[in-house]
Design a protein around this ligand. Structure first.
Ligand code: SF4
Length: 330
């Protein structure tokens, strides 16, 4: 399912907006609209990404946004680009330098950050002066470009929504970056589901325990701090402490989980099976983990084998770990 919010911008980022949240069947993820194949680019073209509309759309409901159309630039339109310094570049017309839409794009980014606060992720179009997350070209007075900018809309959105995992479509081709993004989307989705009902210290601690292996694979050092936060919840400040916890967790998970850290976690999980597996099964498991660490097989291979053994020898602690049920095995 695709929701399009592009047409809603009223030009005033201070206007209170209705807190209506659409009903989604899958995880709501924001997206640069041209990536879905909609002809909203300056040249009336699109940048359809088949991985997004094929594989990811089976798990995500996309909320499509084209900030340039939303601020009234129309299709087709004069292309814009970033000019000036890296800290505060301006988005101006390529042919008409007096066409400056920086403030509108920034205001729209802030407005969307408020309206789309329910999103669990956002996929931006790379290299766009509006939507690019990083390495967007900024031109100096001589017309020489440096890949050092962020799209004006994306920058405003991300500054106001530090929890929402963001990624560019070109980086989703990298298996580690893709896994990291999808993992974070799922974690935030589970968090939002949990927070949809009344929070309690026990619920939060349970959430923390279920994410133990995921955190250990991404950022072992952050695990201690997160455990302290999760264990130190007090009734009077629960909302505040829960907010601090999820911000710390989402920040920790930005770190890419290395094969070495995954292998360490897999070996720890194997430890729970040591009294059940015979030597042949243990050797096969260790060899599969080694092959994963060397890059010979993907992570899903040792995970699938472990799940197979845990099905035969269930363990209540392991059954709760989201690490073994990533949600999207493709
Ligand atoms: S990159 Fe962003 S602004 Fe440009 S066409 Fe795509 S959605 Fe619209």
């Amino acid at each position: 399912m695709v929701h399009c919010t592009t047409a809603f911008f009223n030009g005033d980022s201070r206007m209170p907006t209705p807190p209506r949240i659409p009903i989604f069947q899958r995880i709501p993820v924001g997206i640069s609209q041209c990536l879905l194949g909609d002809k909203v680019r300056f040249d009336a073209g699109h940048k359809h990404d088949p991985y997004i509309t094929g594989t990811l759309s089976r798990y995500f409901d996309f909320v499509a946004v084209c900030p340039e159309v939303a601020i009234g630039l129309g299709v087709p339109r004069e292309p814009i680009r970033l000019v000036g310094g890296t800290t505060a570049p301006r988005a101006v017309g390529v042919h008409t330098v007096t066409l400056d839409v920086t403030d509108q794009l920034h205001a729209y980014g802030q407005q969307q950050a408020r309206e789309l606060r329910y999103l669990c992720g956002y996929i931006f179009k790379h290299a766009s002066p509006s939507c690019g997350m990083g390495r967007v070209k900024i031109y100096n007075r001589q017309g020489i470009a440096r890949k050092a900018g962020q799209g004006i809309y994306a920058r405003a959105f991300m500054a106001q929504q530090p929890l929402i995992p963001c990624e560019q479509e070109d980086r989703l081709g990298d298996p580690e970056l893709r896994e990291n993004f999808i993992q974070r989307v799922w974690v935030l989705h589970r968090w939002r589901n949990m927070r949809a009902s009344r929070i309690s210290a026990a619920k939060l601690l349970d959430f923390h325990h279920r994410h133990t292996c995921i955190v250990l694979a991404h950022h072992p050092r952050a695990y201690k701090k997160l455990s302290r936060l999760a264990a130190g919840m007090t009734k009077t400040k629960l909302d505040e402490q829960a907010d601090a916890y999820i911000l710390e967790l989402m920040t920790a998970l930005k770190r890419i989980a290395t094969p070495k850290q995954h292998a360490h976690v897999l070996q720890q999980l194997l430890g729970y099976l040591k009294s059940y597996l015979d030597d042949t099964d243990k050797q096969e498991m260790l060899e599969t983990i080694r092959r994963y660490q060397c890059g010979e097989v993907p992570l899903i291979v040792p995970i699938t084998l472990l799940k197979h053994h845990f099905r035969r020898h269930p363990d209540p602690y392991i059954e709760q770990q989201y690490y073994l049920t990533p949600g999207m095995e493709e």
